[in-house]
Design a protein around this ligand. Structure first.
Ligand code: CU
Length: 68
């Protein structure tokens, strides 16, 4: 069973930003895939179970952005 969560990330302006966010969130245990759009700021994370919101926030910050 996989679970999907949607986040809003501020500060992404191009495909490189999207890739940074995808890479950092992708390192969280249990994450299967990450979609990110700089146009909408939406980040959709598919994982094999519930994610720790603090871990997601930390990963986004590590990439240089912030959760809205
Ligand atoms: Cu960018």
């Amino acid at each position: 069973m996989s679970e999907q969560s949607t986040y809003t990330v501020t500060g992404m302006t191009c495909g490189h930003c999207e890739a940074s966010v995808r890479e950092e969130i992708g390192e969280i245990a249990g994450v299967q895939s990450v979609e990110a759009s700089h146009e909408t700021g939406r980040v959709v994370v598919t994982s094999d179970g519930p994610l720790d919101p603090a871990a997601v926030a930390a990963a986004v910050e590590e990439a240089g952005y912030a959760l809205a």
